[in-house]
Design a protein around this ligand. Structure first.
Ligand code: FE2
Ligand code: ZN
Length: 385
């Protein structure tokens, strides 16, 4: 479901699927219409990500492609729902009701942080680098801390304070209203999903205008076509919160992790190399091992498939903003591939081994042929007197 900047649910809504208005004879194109510029669906209350609609639009049959935006949204909604199993539709419905409950009764503490304001949110060095993006400016701002891991100063202390206060306010509302809260993922027992509380548009703008351009430059093999959706949430560690986080990969193409504060010790992130699904449990090599200590306001950016975990926060209270950024194009392409040697350490090793085996086999073949040729020459040479 999309929200407007005030957090209110918008009125215009494509007809529900039960009306079965979709002409089933109309099929999607096999290849996308690359010349077509997709529309933006963010202001419509849809059951699937607005970015998914924009991506799917290029596959629409000509008749639908030339119709109105609402007609296109309706066609795609019905198509997507016809492929969603009943349990998934139930989950979507429950989630929509959950968000509606929050929107109708949660009173924002700092309403002005729900709309992206780069000059107030970002430190000057970050703003400078991203306002006129260029390789030179990115390089001056970003520290390549380890292969595939980049850190940079990003958020102003005042913005961190306001977001921390807003999160406390959300938790107080959850407690006072005896609401149940959906946690960010299966591994974190504390924290909140910012998108559920009305931050979805603001965070997607942060992805579109800032994280996606940086990622296209830093991770072209994964984000060459940009990032078109996200999952944005807060995690909390310390006493009476989560302590540490087990070794895992994120459900993202690129993850942005920014420490908001407060006072704490411990909680370092440890990284152990990038892996595809097939190699996710393979050993890491020494130059893949890297530990990172959080600094409030400072961001760390890495591929979601970069295996990592968080060590115990041994004292104090640590709160981090995490943005899992996703690319529907990369996911679609990935489903047709089996070799990810452009970014997976395991696939790279397999490829090197295959190449070495091939070189060895070629050498053996050449040696055998040379030996056979020598034998033939020797046997055809008349014996010396
Ligand atoms: Fe993670
Ligand atoms: Zn692999």
């Amino acid at each position: 479901m999309a929200l407007d900047s005030s957090g209110k649910q918008q009125q215009q809504r494509p007809r529900p699927p039960s009306s079965k208005t979709r002409d089933a004879r109309l099929k999607l194109r096999r290849t996308p219409n690359e010349e077509h510029e997709p529309e933006n669906y963010e202001d419509l209350p849809l059951d699937f990500s607005p970015a998914l609609f924009s991506s799917l639009e290029r596959y629409l049959p000509e008749k639908i492609l030339n119709s109105t935006r609402i007609e296109k949204a309706r066609f795609m909604s019905e198509l997507l729902q016809s492929y969603s199993p009943a349990t998934e539709l139930n989950r979507i419905q429950r989630h929509r009701e959950y968000r509606q409950r929050i929107l109708s009764s949660y009173q924002r503490l700092h309403g002005d942080i729900y709309t992206l304001d780069p000059a107030r949110f970002f430190v000057p060095s970050f703003l400078d680098a991203v306002s006129q993006p260029s390789e030179e400016r990115f390089r001056s701002m970003i520290v390549p801390s380890a292969p595939g891991i980049y850190t940079f100063d990003m958020l102003q202390p005042r913005f961190c304070e306001m977001l921390l206060a807003e999160v406390e306010h959300m938790e107080k509302w959850v407690y006072d209203s005896r609401s149940t809260i959906m946690r960010p993922n299966t591994m974190n027992r504390f924290g909140v999903v910012l998108d559920d509380f009305g931050f979805e548009s603001m965070l997607q703008k942060l992805v579109d205008d800032f994280i996606s351009p940086i990622s296209q430059f830093l991770f072209p093999e994964v984000c060459g076509t940009g990032l078109d959706s996200h999952h944005g949430f807060i995690v909390e560690y310390g006493k009476d919160r989560d302590t540490d986080l087990g070794f895992h990969v994120d459900d993202s193409e690129v993850s942005l992790n920014v420490c908001l504060g407060k006072q704490f010790s411990g909680g370092e992130l440890y990284f152990r190399g990038v892996r595809c699904d097939h190699h996710v449990n393979s050993e890491s090599v020494e130059n893949e091992n890297y530990d990172y200590s959080h600094v409030p306001g400072r961001a760390i950016l890495h591929l979601g498939r970069h295996r990592h975990g968080a060590k115990a926060t041994t004292s104090g209270h640590r709160v981090n903003l995490i943005l899992w950024c996703r690319s529907s194009t990369f996911r679609e392409m990935k489903s047709y591939q089996s070799d990810f040697s452009s970014w997976c350490g395991g696939c790279k090793v397999d490829r090197q081994n295959r190449m070495q085996a091939s070189v060895k086999a070629t050498m053996e073949l050449l040696n055998r042929r040379t030996a056979e040729k020598t034998l033939v020459e020797l046997s055809s040479t008349p014996p010396a007197d």
